[in-house]
Design a protein around this ligand. Structure first.
Ligand code: DGJ
Length: 697
């Protein structure tokens, strides 16, 4: 049973295969955190020693590790919830009124109440035993009947999904930072007494930080304690991490209270996004594997097709003839899905016009998309299309008709970014309109894949204090409705590159565009950081031209191809400029990818050690049921004293024997040898790479 209770002590333990998470209600009615770590079979071990104030400045409420504290009383710490009542007061007092266990759903709901105010909170827990993870979220409700009188509105000014307590100090925080074209740059930072804050304020989740917290105590890839919490949310988030003065580390993760307020009329409630959290003693790879398994559970299990995308080749200059020519070449190299990017609709000729007008540009496609799609199908490929539904250009029919449909205040001119405005998705008529046009597009055209872009942040949301949250809820509703009406259509989440890489996107979309930076060497850094949390199956990566448009770096095709093959492969090269030799080489890489796809997309990923001090990156993919392992090896630049690396694999069956070839020379070794001793490789010069296949005999 993954949920154990001790009714006398009002204590609950959530057990996964290898972990236990425990909390209890203390005599004052506080929901008190007690334990998060390795699995404990003896429930009596979990104690709730009596707490007394450290001093008159350190109250019991302040020092208690609460699961979901609310602002009010003698609390000065980070609180998960803050509200304002109609009379202007902000203080609330929540006490636990009940604990409900749903054994079948593996859920626990703790009910808390501020009786005089009619404010109720449900703290939800769901146990995922096989994944060694728990989910948490909260429901905040204005329940006037509980107050026994007519209550007014309650303004929720902050509502995190959860608060956690990690029973250690001196931990290392891991996350990523960056900006457009430089997403997913990994960093570590020592957690100390000053709080660390990671957040997004732009209405999307993730160019600048990512909505998760990973904390470790000197963990390596394969050993050491790691705690993680990741938020399933594609919009504004805030994560706070701080060592408390009382020796543990507090983590809070949820909606960003910045420029936000949710008003609850009597009877109304707010449900926060889910946060998924876990502990492992198996190091960083251990936590990644749990989260990847969780991610796979969110994703459509179908294999992701090898796609061609027109953006880097044709930009806004799309027309029937040009796209047909590209499609012919794409089919010739083995592409399975031809995606026409920006430029096909309205009067679109640059960033400054057309968004909002999702009718086919008759100048570029005189007979609509039908002839192109028919040809693409005849060539044996599916057809995909780029859209940016949340946006509108001032120069568009849609804006001319509905200037009031955008976020803006009533006094100042609305902000343009990339020449566009953001549509107010929280308005039902906007949602209906977008559903209708996208539904029509999918009904009239045989489209298997949409790339859903969003190229600017939200700003000036006017009087709508809940816009940032409600926009993302509306986005999820719209995408889910569209997919429900057109089952089988896959949708890629893109937001100016990697602006929507999060578990919320994975729950609704089918893959994510990792970055507009398609430089293969830069991508190796991003992809490795991405792999800490997210599965390779959702990570779109294209082979693009050399020199790269952004970095101006020249990298050989094998390196570029192998870098892109580590996720869901795409091609973005201008195939019209490729000579026969390049087309042949691309075809060979695509054929290899298709053969190895089950291992890459659905296997386990191992970030292998580089013990050489040189610029290597090694990554392993293991698919046990296929008896297959892969080693992706990259050498960016040789340095003085360059020596041959020996790469130790991980995740193999030590007792099995594997066949493999390095530089065409066949070898056979046991898993034990390959993991204990390793595989000698010989990469030379700059931008050398290898892909080694290991097959169990
Ligand atoms: C930003 C995306 O990240 C690109 O891949 C491309 O689709 C452009 N938008 C098109 O405008």
């Amino acid at each position: 049973m993954p949920i154990r209770t001790d009714p006398d002590r009002r204590l609950v333990a959530l057990d996964t295969d290898a972990t236990t998470y425990a909390f209890a209600v203390d005599p004052a009615g506080l929901l008190r955190h007690l334990y998060w770590g390795p699995r404990l079979d003896r429930l009596a071990d979990v104690e709730a020693p009596a707490l007394w104030e450290v001093s008159t400045n350190d109250s019991v409420a302040e020092i208690t590790h609460e699961e979901y504290p609310i602002h009010g009383g003698l609390r000065f710490k980070e609180t998960a919830l803050a509200v304002r009542f109609e009379d202007g007061s902000r203080g609330a007092r929540l006490v636990v009124t009940g604990i409900a266990v749903d054994a079948e759903a593996q859920e626990v709901v703790v009910a808390l109440l501020d009786a005089p105010r009619g404010l109720t909170v449900q703290v939800h827990y769901r146990v995922l035993p096989g994944l060694d993870l728990i989910e948490r979220w909260a429901v905040v409700r204005n329940e006037p009947s509980e107050a026994g009188r007519e209550a007014g509105v309650i303004a929720v000014t902050a509502a995190a999904s959860a608060q956690f307590h990690v029973p250690r100090a001196g931990l290392t925080l891991r996350n990523v930072f960056g900006h457009w074209g430089a997403e997913q740059q990994p960093f570590t930072q020592q957690v100390g007494p000053a709080a660390l804050v990671l957040e997004s304020r732009r209405g999307i989740s993730s160019h600048h930080h990512n909505p998760y917290v990973v904390l470790d105590a000197d963990a390596s890839e394969d050993a050491g304690e790691v705690w993680c919490a990741a938020l399933a949310w594609s919009g504004n988030f805030r994560a706070t991490v701080a060592q408390t003065p009382y020796g543990d580390t507090l983590v809070q993760l949820g909606l960003n209270p910045w420029d936000a307020e949710v008003t609850l009329a009597p009877g109304e409630s707010l449900t926060t996004p889910r946060v998924v959290a876990g502990y492992t003693a198996q190091g960083l790879t251990g936590i990644s594997h749990h989260l990847h398994a969780y991610g796979h559970g969110l994703l459509d299990p179908r294999p992701r097709p090898v796609l061609y995308n027109s953006w880097e080749a044709t930009g806004f200059e799309v027309d029937l003839e040009g796209q047909l020519a590209l499609a012919q070449r794409a089919a010739g190299i083995g592409v399975e899905l031809f995606v026409m990017d920006d430029g096909w609709f309205g009067r679109r000729s640059s960033i400054d016009d057309g968004l909002g007008d999702w009718w086919v540009d008759p100048g570029a496609f005189p007979d609509g998309l039908g002839p192109l799609i028919a040809q693409v199908h005849e060539l044996g490929m599916d057809f995909g299309l780029w859209v940016e539904p949340e946006m509108v250009n001032p120069a568009s029919d849609l804006y001319a008709k509905h200037p009031d449909w955008i976020y803006r205040d009533q006094v100042h001119d609305p902000d343009t970014a990339r020449g566009q405005y953001v549509l107010d998705l929280t308005r039902p008529e906007v949602q209906e309109h977008l559903f209708a046009v996208l539904d029509l597009l999918l009904r009239e055209n045989d489209i298997a894949y949409l790339k859903w872009d969003a190229n600017r942040p939200m700003s000036a949301v006017g009087a709508h204090r809940d816009a940032h949250r409600a926009h993302i809820e509306a986005l999820y509703t719209l995408v889910t409705r569209l997919k429900g009406t057109h089952p089988g259509v896959m949708i890629e989440a893109c937001a100016s590159g990697g602006g929507r890489i999060d578990l919320g996107a994975l729950g609704v979309f089918d893959d994510v565009w990792t970055s507009d930076n398609t430089d293969a060497a830069d991508r190796l850094v991003m992809q490795r950081a991405y792999s800490l949390i997210y599965p390779a199956k959702a990570m779109r990566a294209w082979i693009t031209e050399s020199p790269n448009f952004l970095s101006q770096r020249s990298i050989p095709l094998d390196f570029r191809a192998r870098s892109a093959m580590m996720g869901t492969l795409g091609v973005g090269t201008d195939l019209m400029r490729a000579d026969d030799a390049e087309l042949k080489a691309l075809a060979a890489h695509i054929a290899t990818y298709k053969r190895l796809r089950p291992t890459i997309q659905d296997g386990r990923v191992y970030r292998l050690d580089n013990e050489t001090g040189n610029d290597y990156q090694f990554t392993g993919y293991v698919r046990e049921d296929r008896g297959q392992a892969l080693l992706f090896a990259f050498l960016q630049a040789s340095r003085v004293g360059h020596r041959k690396p020996t790469v130790r694999l991980r995740g193999l069956d030590p007792a099995a024997t594997y066949r493999y070839a390095v530089n065409g020379v066949p070898h056979e070794h046991s898993g034990a040898y390959l993991m204990g001793h390793g595989v000698p490789l010989w990469l030379m010069g700059d931008y050398d790479s290898a892909l080694v296949e290991f097959d169990r005999t």
